[in-house]
Design a protein around this ligand. Structure first.
Ligand code: SF4
Ligand code: SF4
Length: 463
């Protein structure tokens, strides 16, 4: 890059510097990310730009060759020309991103609400809380063969037209095994479509799994996502049947059943609420190690506030994450998403959103033929019969994704993780309409978690 030696540059208003416990600091741009661990001399150099200064002026203060360092810092947008408008720049990049969404090029995940019913009675369930489904049983909550087949055909048609041939089908949304015959039908039907390569995943509480069901899931290589909210004393406080009885023993019995047919689960998710918080610790990770399980996700209630201070939630995450890393486990959760985006993506070269749903990868088909961006949200974006409408420029779908992009989302303007978080989980946003403290608490939680994870990163970084 040729730098005009007379042009003045300044430190970007979006530059943030996180100090580690050692001599190192990590700098990043709150919209473009671009994290870099820097030593003190570079931080001092950047600070020369706290007031606008040109290269010619700087040469009187700084010794040595500065062109290379400046070049790098300008590319990272850490120091910028006085008139740079980061949000204006990112808005230009929205155009190709939204075009891809409109053409369906990003689509690859088909979520089927096989059943909105559930045999359990967990009060923290995101699905029932956010969708305000009044009952957990009833035939009307199951997807019919007609809706299932039309959903698959419709989705396949869109991805075919967009030139894709890979589809991942997720079976949800309450407990899909409440409608097992339909789920089995979908596996068989998808597998009969020869020009598309399907992979399958299911979100299940496992309690209805029989040997026959397990064998079919194995035959179709269905990736199983399930939950265990701690060891017995933690899990049984919140993951309960309709009579309030704990489910720990049943879930472990099903883990063993799957293992017995040589199709063991490789992970589980833990939800933490005020009730089980004190029971969640490294013991659950030891248990995973004993069971040969590698992937553990943990999330705090995303749709309701807990009475646990944010600092304590973050401290628990950091402590358990350290333990998991030491023992070779993958430990993650929604809390990790802004950190992961910040470390791995920049809108300057890889446009991204908070999650696949907000990137235009997913369409969720409801039992009634309604369409959503993700099975857990309650914002409907259309119906199966009008699927082509959802891709038109001003549709609810396109507007929902567009309004959440960094630069367009006014509630996120100025946030320290504006580009990396970009509005966080949409379900949290929806739930905050019922509970106005939720968004504020979750934003504080996301920011603090990201900051602590960055500090963890700095502490392990060798310059
Ligand atoms: S949702 Fe909250 S934490 Fe995330 S970018 Fe917006 S203001 Fe920041
Ligand atoms: S909106 Fe929330 S629940 Fe839905 S896919 Fe995104 S992160 Fe997951």
């Amino acid at each position: 890059m040729n730098i005009d030696s007379k042009q003045k540059y300044k430190k970007s208003d979006h530059l943030l510097i996180i100090k580690g416990d050692n001599e190192k600091s990590l700098a990043y741009h709150s919209i473009f990310n671009n994290p870099r661990v820097l030593d003190l001399s570079i931080i001092t150099f950047i600070n020369f730009f706290s007031t606008p200064i040109s290269v010619d002026e700087l040469k009187h203060i700084c010794e040595g060759e500065i062109a290379e360092v400046m070049d790098e810092l300008i590319k990272l947008h850490f120091i910028v020309p006085l008139d740079e408008n980061a949000r204006g720049l990112i808005k230009k990049m929205h155009v190709p991103f939204l075009k891809k969404v409109q053409h369906g090029t990003s689509l690859s995940r088909l979520e089927l609400a096989i059943s909105d019913a559930c045999n359990l009675g967990c009060t923290h369930c995101m699905h029932f809380k956010n969708n305000e489904i009044p009952s957990r049983t009833g035939k009307a909550l199951n997807m019919s063969i007609d809706i299932a087949k039309t959903s698959i055909d419709t989705f396949v048609d869109v991805v075919r037209k967009a030139g894709n041939n890979k589809v991942r089908v997720h079976f949800g949304n309450g407990e899909p095994l409440m409608n097992w015959k339909m789920l089995k039908y979908c596996l068989e039907y998808c597998s009969s479509i020869n020009d598309i390569s399907f992979s399958f995943a299911i979100n299940t509480n496992l309690t209805l799994v029989t040997k026959e069901i397990a064998e079919v899931l194995k035959e179709y290589n269905v990736k199983i996502s399930t939950s265990l909210d701690g060891l017995r004393e933690g899990n049984d406080l919140i993951r309960v049947d309709r009579e309030g009885k704990g489910t720990f023993d049943t879930i472990i019995e099903k883990f063993n059943l799957l293992k017995s047919i040589n199709y063991p689960i490789d992970g589980f998710s833990i939800t933490v609420t005020s009730k089980n918080f004190k029971h969640i610790n490294a013991n659950i990770l030891d248990f995973a190690i004993e069971m040969g399980i590698k992937d553990i996700s943990m999330d705090f209630d995303l749709v309701d506030t807990t009475d646990i201070p944010v600092e304590q939630c973050v401290a628990k995450i950091i402590e358990m994450r350290r333990y998991a890393i030491q023992h070779g486990l993958n430990f993650y959760g929604t809390w990790e998403t802004p950190y992961r985006n910040l470390m791995l993506s920049s809108w300057l070269n890889s446009p991204h959103a908070f999650c696949p749903a907000m990137e235009g990868s997913t369409i969720a088909f409801g039992v009634d033929g309604s369409l959503k961006v993700c099975g857990h949200t309650n914002s409907k974006i259309g119906t199966i019969s009008q699927i082509s409408d959802i891709f038109s420029p001003n549709s609810e779908y396109i507007n929902l994704i567009k309004n959440r992009l960094p630069g367009n989302n006014v509630t996120c303007t100025g946030c320290s993780i504006e580009g990396a978080c970009a509005g966080q989980c949409h379900v949290t946003l929806e739930s905050s309409r019922r509970n106005n403290k939720l968004m504020m608490t979750m934003c504080e939680f996301m920011r603090l978690t990201t900051e602590q994870l960055l500090k963890e990163y700095i502490s392990h970084f060798e310059l």
